[in-house]
Design a protein around this ligand. Structure first.
Ligand code: AHR
Length: 499
């Protein structure tokens, strides 16, 4: 058996964990909303048409915040289309996803769904085809108590109390030429600054997220953050990062090493924020919102076919990646990376929630089930609350196609308010178990240890409606002799230690 060592000390803390790192994302795209969260006539639908089976899985997933309504969709979206009587709402062409949006679900319906799902809304405004005045108007509509044209309109539309949306995205991926209303960093920085000012003048309690780079591969990466932030540093609170990984070469070790790229992406963006802080002599620190992250590649080809067959359809099955076990391992590694950067990453949204590159899948009129990637997010959200501890890891390292010095074992550790410690660990080795020695120094003795393992002998194993439990965590006997625990080959582990 291979060996690795993890040293933790209660005084070596990275940062308190912001619970919003366990967020998710619902976009008007494919079947995320229509036949995803919403399907009137479904046997489990409630009076508002929200699927009860999906709601149950969402509640169990325990996502504290959900970004809405896009994504690329938002850059051509008129928020006014989504309010008022349904029969008056327009059907519009969505240029981002080449589909037709019926606007059956809008701002009020989503706010109601979020309340039922016990989550908060992170609302994205359109800075692609629209501007600061429109951004101000939606904040007034949603959050102003009453007594103005827009807040009174909200009351007439059925919401006496303000919707109380506290977190707002200033557009989406504005660095990408695929975006409706794509801008240069300077153009975007200026418009984001003015929008942020007017939105905060309307409601000083809100926080706003400026668009960073859509990925590390963008030719403007780095330069974009610096130039954009130079225009809006004082008025924004977070910079966004988006990151998706794929396994196009069917090279599992290389794929599992991709979380190292995420780590350097996060660190680089944090450094650029600090460079602008230095240049502007600001006292304020800008933190990060990783508001789209996941594995995304399985559905690329089928989506191209679908577009050819059904142009401008509604609720097309787009981006329906069927996730396998190795995807769940990478999702676990990405969560470990987020936790290890908890001092800067304050918001993170797995993209997306239902059907569209999602942990939850549905069949119209049929069942709902958890994909493989559901499990690491659920477990991290459940036990990863408290403070992130600095994990000192000694592990064998190897090289892959794109990465050097990839540790066999990667881990993050969280100390809960009750004094418990939870270790999240992945053994990347595909064939050999690893014995993890945990040196817990100042923590003393833990009397109760629970060890949950997510493993499958086939890294390509998936969950389906017929076989929804094919890949799911099991609790194994926690044999912690002399602080040593076995991490099976290719496994995501959650080790919970209580006094
Ligand atoms: O999540 C799918 C899409 O990925 C989003 O709409 C966009 O922001 C990103 O490119």
């Amino acid at each position: 058996m291979k060996k690795a060592k993890l040293i933790l000390d209660r005084d070596y803390v990275i940062s308190p964990i912001d619970k919003r790192i366990y967020g998710s994302f619902v976009e008007h795209l494919g079947r995320c909303v229509y036949t995803g969260i919403y399907e009137p006539g479904h046997p489990t639908a409630d009076g508002e048409g929200f699927r009860g089976d999906v709601m149950k899985l969402v509640k169990e997933l325990n996502v504290p915040i959900v970004r809405y309504p896009g994504g690329n969709f938002v850059s051509g979206f008129n928020w006014e289309d989504s309010i008022g009587p349904r029969e008056n709402r327009p059907r519009r062409l969505d240029l981002a996803w080449k589909t037709t949006e019926p606007n059956e679900v809008g701002l009020h319906e989503f706010a109601s769904w979020a309340r039922k799902a016990r989550t908060d809304v992170m609302y994205a405004i359109n800075l692609g085809t629209r501007g600061p005045a429109d951004a101000q108007r939606v904040v007034e509509y949603a959050n102003h108590q009453g007594g103005s044209e827009l807040s009174d309109m909200r009351i007439r539309n059925g919401a006496k109390d303000p919707l109380g949306i506290k977190l707002w995205c200033l557009g989406n991926e504005m660095d990408g030429p695929w975006q409706t209303g794509h801008k240069t960093a300077f153009e975007y920085g200026r418009i984001a600054n003015e929008a942020a000012k007017m939105m905060k003048w309307t409601d000083s309690s809100i926080e706003v997220v400026a668009c960073g780079s859509s990925s590390t591969e963008m030719p403007t990466f780095g330069e974009w953050e610096y130039a954009m932030l130079s225009e809006c540093y004082d008025n924004v609170d977070y910079v966004s990062l988006h990151r998706y990984y794929g396994n196009p070469h069917n090279d599992t070790p290389d794929f599992l090493a991709s979380s190292m790229n995420l780590d350097s992406f996060i660190r680089t963006v944090a450094s650029i924020c600090d460079a602008v802080k230095g240049k502007t002599r600001s006292k304020k620190q800008i933190n990060l919102s990783l508001d789209e992250w996941n594995v995304w590649y399985h559905s690329h080809e089928q989506d191209q076919e679908l577009y050819k067959r059904k142009p401008w359809g509604t609720a097309l099955p787009l981006l329906e990646d069927v996730y396998n076990f190795e995807d769940a391992l990478l999702v676990g590694l990405m969560l470990i990376t987020i936790l290890k950067n908890a001092d800067r990453v304050k918001i993170a949204c797995m993209a997306q929630l239902v059907n569209v590159i999602a942990p939850i899948m549905t069949r119209p009129g049929g069942g709902a089930w958890a994909q493989t990637i559901y499990w690491p997010l659920k477990q991290a959200s459940e036990l990863g609350r408290g403070v992130s501890l600095l994990p000192q890891i000694h592990s064998e390292k190897s090289d892959t196609r794109h990465y050097t010095d990839v540790p066999m074992v990667d881990a993050a550790a969280v100390m809960g308010d009750d004094g418990s410690v939870t270790v999240f660990a992945v053994n990347r080795d595909l064939t050999e178990n690893a014995e993890l020695e945990m040196d817990l120094r100042s923590f003393g003795t833990f009397t109760k240890v629970t060890h949950s393992v997510l493993h499958h002998d086939d890294v390509k194993a998936v969950n389906t409606e017929e076989n929804p439990d094919n890949v799911r965590p099991v609790t194994v006997e926690a044999d912690m002799k002399e602080g040593k625990i076995c991490l099976p080959a290719a496994s995501w582990n959650v080790i919970h230690l209580e006094k």
